[in-house]
Design a protein around this ligand. Structure first.
Ligand code: NAD
Length: 323
């Protein structure tokens, strides 16, 4: 049996919830190189088989088509697991303004069900994909992990903050270790949602004109998925508190108009008219300015290799071909 060690913990079997999704499937790719047994648990609501099918013949890989809202399915999946990467969620921030239940169920209830399954099966470690939106409209930028009070302005951000609270309290009450990663906007190959995908689709529908939500000056940090996965695996390996909380982002920002320009260039289009829906936000719950302080990750020894603009450009190039 393989005996990988993470901070003196023996890690042989890793469960990845949402492992067929955008970020989850990249986590799986990296974990498959460690020699651990990797189990993907996914209901394929947005996950895609093509993101993981290259592992199907590997004896170290297994797939469970299951739903975190089905407690029997997730209880069974946690049997014998040493570490969970919990990436399953509904990540659509905009949806909360029209459907108030989806993030409550898919994020909070789903995370509670996972933690209960972990508790019953004595699974000792969990790494969670949280978000910058837990900070709300932070007045300190770059925003450090100790920033407070945390006042999310989207139901998505609220649901992720609730998940964080469940995870920290389970960690202290039931002797688990946890890693909470507050991500900037993650972009890259297999991306299925977000501003770059929206712009490519809009420009395919109308190659003369690009509508940008808000005033186009929303300025945010974008991190390449390769950097993201590199960072979270590195942090799990190199930090060992009961609860470990890290921002994971790039060190600069790009605004929505700048992203529009890059996508237009990469699609080889010219003389595109940009129009704006107006207002400082793209939608209700949108945080117009986001940049995370990543000093804690730097102290561990990790730093991003892409800027925001490079992350966006590389993603646009790949998605223009694959979408
Ligand atoms: P994604 O939609 O591609 O991945 C989510 C995966 O979870 C999908 O494969 C989906 O099928 C699965 N899933 C959803 N609900 C499930 C359920 N009830 N049971 C089992 N599987 C379920 O999204 P993503 O962008 O890869 O996001 C992954 C994680 O990272 C999410 O938790 C998201 O909130 C978080 N995150 C993403 C970003 C980003 O910019 N993409 C930023 C911050 C945080």
């Amino acid at each position: 049996m393989n005996n990988n060690r993470v901070n003196e913990r023996s890690i042989n079997t890793i469960l990845v919830t949402g492992g067929a999704g955008f970020i989850g499937s990249h986590i799986v790719d990296r974990l498959m190189d460690t020699g651990c047994k990797v189990i993907v648990f996914d209901n394929f609501s947005s996950g895609q088989m093509e993101f993981i099918e290259h592992h199907l013949d590997n004896v170290n890989f297994s797939l469970i088509k299951g739903d975190l809202l089905n407690t029997g399915e997730i209880d069974a999946a946690c049997n014998g697991v040493d570490l969970v990467y919990h990436a399953a969620a509904n990540p659509d921030v905009r949806l909360g303004a029209v459907d108030t239940k989806v993030h409550f169920e898919q994020n909070i209830t789903a995370t509670y069900n996972l933690l209960e399954a972990m508790r019953k099966n004595a699974v000792p470690n969990v790494a969670f994909t949280s978000t910058s939106t837990v900070y709300g409209e932070a007045t300190t930028i770059p925003t450090p992990e100790e920033y407070g009070p945390l006042v999310p302005i989207s139901l998505y951000g609220a649901s992720k903050l609730a998940c964080e609270a469940l995870i920290t309290s389970y960690s202290h009450t039931f002797d688990m270790h946890s890693w909470i990663f507050r991500f900037a906007n993650i972009v890259g190959d297999r991306g299925t949602h977000g501003i770059i995908v929206d712009f490519i689709e809009k420009l395919r529908d109308d190659p003369d004109h690009l509508e940008i939500l808000g005033d186009g000056r929303q300025s945010k940090s974008y991190l390449h998925v390769d950097d993201c996965v590199d960072g979270i695996l590195f942090a799990v390996e190199h930090s060992d508190e009961t609860v470990n909380i890290f921002n994971v982002g790039s060190e600069d920002t790009i605004d929505a108009t700048g992203i529009g320009r890059i996508v237009v260039e990469e699609m080889g289009l010219k003389d595109i008219e940009f129009s704006y829906t107006g207002g400082k936000r793209g939608w209700k719950g949108d945080v117009p300015r986001m940049l995370l302080a990543i000093d804690e990750m730097r102290k561990l020894g990790w730093e991003p290799s892409y800027t925001s603009a490079d992350s966006v450009r590389d993603t646009a190039r790949v998605l223009i071909v694959s979408l």
